[in-house]
Write a protein that binds this ligand. Structure first.
Ligand SMILES: [Fe+2]
Length: 433
């Protein structure tokens, strides 16, 4: 397959199909780390994960280990996780606190939270040498660019390129709606995190996030289990939330085809929500707090935006109506790590956060009834794509029928527009050496 890489990658992506090597060839993966993850804005974390001075959160940008850290002055800095002395990784845990300074565990060089060198032990030893504490060479390197949008921190390894807001384009509305649903207009990460290892290429997961023709097939067993459970509860008028969010995957094709499907430049997209309108007591209590904060008209405007998964390509996926954020970290051509965070809407009733936790447990947890269905088929795709049983992957459904809008396209809900859109961005990134 590596013959293809030397031939050039342009031939691997066509408007309605992609070559299997984009999922299976380690050389392509290496190139993606450079040309996509070395350029795009990549989600690092949310500012609420580092509320106090010295708090840090570790993340991966492509193969680069970085961390964001809260400075005593209040700002958040995204730094490479590498000591300027011998190169040791400075922070070891996913989350923690560095204390007053970032202290290397090897020889005790100390850095400020903006990365600048604070002190080295036995300073006299450096007198008369080329060591210069003012030289950036002796500070922790900052990522070339960082920016945050409504508390969501992104970084780019490229010094040049579109700014964060131009990069987000139309999908910015999903982050806005995520936060606007909080009566105080802000969200915070709360609860723990699920980490899921997928034995498959990162793009398989991204494609599935807006894949509306898999739920009734892939999730058939969990849908059937939810229906059987509800039947056994004879007499209960309303399906409990926990069952409803599993059973929703069993909707017929006509239902999915009516959902809104919107794709934007840079690979982003979203699909309309499955569980609307919200009429349960938890939603009603939430709506009351929104009305008190924003008034009737603005509340309606906020609730009119009902979305299932949004895709911020190539690093994360917010679920605005159940306050989830999935973070996608490619590890190898056939390994992907996905982190699932749950958010609290500031000023909303506690029951709403509890519902978000329930959603995470029932749908997104590695031990849920739903997520393992997906993980299994992703691994099967990876294994199948590594065989010589075929060269191409089909993206034909509703191809050629995407309707242009400002900055993107719309289509019917069952369209494979989101996948074609991701590969349109993929090809653009990959074409530039
Ligand atoms: Fe699924």
């Amino acid at each position: 397959m590596d013959v293809r890489v030397t031939d050039g990658i342009a031939g691997l992506v066509e408007p309605d199909r992609v070559h299997r090597s984009v999922y299976a060839d380690p050389a392509i993966f290496d190139l993606e780390m450079e040309r996509i993850f070395g350029r795009a804005w990549i989600y690092v974390g949310h500012e609420s994960q580092v509320p106090n001075p010295g708090d840090y959160h570790q993340a991966l940008i492509g193969r680069q280990s970085v961390f964001m850290v809260r400075a005593p002055e209040g700002g958040v800095h995204v730094l490479f996780n590498r000591c300027a002395h011998k190169g040791a990784k400075l922070v070891a845990f996913p989350d923690g606190n560095v204390g007053k300074f970032i202290r290397c565990p090897f020889h005790g060089w100390n850095f400020k939270c903006d990365g600048s060198l604070h002190s080295v032990p036995v300073r006299e030893g450096y007198q008369g040498t080329r060591f210069d504490p003012g030289d950036p060479e002796f500070s922790v390197r900052r990522v070339p660019r960082q920016a945050s949008y409504r508390g969501f921190v992104f970084a780019s390894l490229a010094a040049d390129g579109p700014d964060l807001e131009s990069f987000l384009g139309g999908i910015k509305t999903s982050l806005d709606n995520f936060c606007d649903r909080a009566p105080e207009g802000e969200v915070e990460v709360a609860g723990g995190v699920f980490r899921v290892w997928q034995h498959s290429n990162w793009k398989i997961f991204f494609e599935n996030l807006n894949d509306t023709s898999h739920p009734m097939v892939t999730h058939e067993s969990s849908v059937n289990a939810a229906r059987a459970r509800y039947k056994a509860m004879n007499g209960e008028a309303k399906m409990p939330f926990k069952l409803l969010i599993i059973e929703g995957n069993g909707e017929p094709y006509e239902f999915w085809d009516k959902l809104e499907m919107v794709a934007y430049d840079h690979g982003h997209s979203y699909m309309g929500a499955i569980f609307v309108p919200p009429t349960d007591p938890v939603s009603l209590a939430h709506i009351e707090t929104l009305k008190a904060a924003y008034g009737e008209a603005r509340t309606q405007e906020i609730l009119n935006i009902q979305r299932h998964n949004s895709i911020i390509y190539p690093s994360c996926s917010p679920h605005t109506s159940f306050q989830q954020l999935r973070v996608i970290r490619p590890i190898a051509v056939d390994r992907t790590m996905v982190e699932i965070y749950t958010f609290r809407l500031k000023g909303a009733p506690e029951a709403l956060f509890q519902r978000a936790i329930t959603y995470a447990n029932v749908v997104n947890s590695p031990s849920s009834n739903v997520m393992p269905d997906d993980i299994e088929v992703y691994a099967r795709c990876q294994q199948g794509l590594e065989t010589e049983g075929g060269e191409w992957v089909s993206l034909h459904r509703d191809a050629g029928r995407d309707r242009p809008i400002a900055g993107g396209f719309v289509a019917n809900g069952l369209s494979e527009l989101p996948m074609r859109n991701q590969f349109r961005a993929w090809a653009q990134y990959m074409a530039v050496p």
